[in-house]
Write a new protein. Structure first.
Length: 217
């Protein structure tokens, strides 16, 4: 979903804002006044590892302080639910869909809104936009809609942390066939189930279990 174009630096400034003295940043010009009904697009901001939550919080806070909330919309760190077995129990947790990225609703051509641009680029943890050095590229609308649907949990069941293949050997760790070992005979990704061939009373039998009820061996 995310494609970076070459020449991405750790930080970005428009030519008119660069300071001649290292470590200093020239004062930002007044924010551009948005036209009524301004159109926003989603943009991906690259951030340092582990800083997604802090950047999300700081961008929202700084936009309110600087009276830029009318320009900046939602700030999201897309998450997904995953299921796994820990200590014999099913655990459902959340993980980042796109580690190292924060998604922000901004006006088209956000680089033209000087105060907004500086606020984002000077937020600790931000290393740059996805796009060219001076012109960020918006995220594809269809792909962003898919991401939003995933965030809203519009799936039948949590996504497993591991991927399975037919013929793979697994151990059942939950349910009436707990501790049985067998090979995967069939995978149903839509239902999130597996058919596993196990030996019961010296006869091979196919049993159906959910993804989270088995573990690889």
């Amino acid at each position: 979903m995310i494609q970076e174009e070459p020449n991405m630096g750790e930080s970005q400034e428009t030519p008119e804002t660069a300071s001649s003295e290292p470590g200093n940043v020239a004062p930002a010009p007044p924010a551009t006044v948005p036209e009524p009904g301004i159109k926003r697009r989603w943009y991906a901001i690259h951030v340092y590892a582990g800083q997604e939550g802090n950047v999300q919080k700081n961008l929202t806070h700084h936009a309110q302080q600087a009276s830029l909330a009318d320009l900046m919309g939602d700030v999201l760190v897309p998450m997904e639910e995953v299921a796994e077995i820990k200590s014999g129990e099913k655990k459902v947790s959340k993980r980042k869909l796109y580690p190292g990225y924060v998604f922000v609703q901004l006006p088209e051509h956000p680089e033209r809104h000087a105060e907004l641009w500086h606020m984002i680029m000077e937020t600790p943890g931000v290393s740059g936009f996805i796009g060219s050095r001076k012109v960020p590229s918006p995220v594809d609308d269809v792909e962003m809609q898919t991401t939003l649907e995933e965030m809203r949990g519009e799936r039948e069941r949590p996504k497993p942390k591991v991927r399975f293949e037919e013929g793979e050997r697994v151990k059942i760790v939950d349910g009436p066939f707990n501790n049985f070992v067998g090979n995967i005979d069939e995978i149903n990704f839509e239902r999130g189930t597996l058919k596993v061939m196990v030996e019961i009373f010296e006869r091979l039998t196919t049993v159906e279990v959910e993804f989270w009820q088995v573990e690889k061996i």
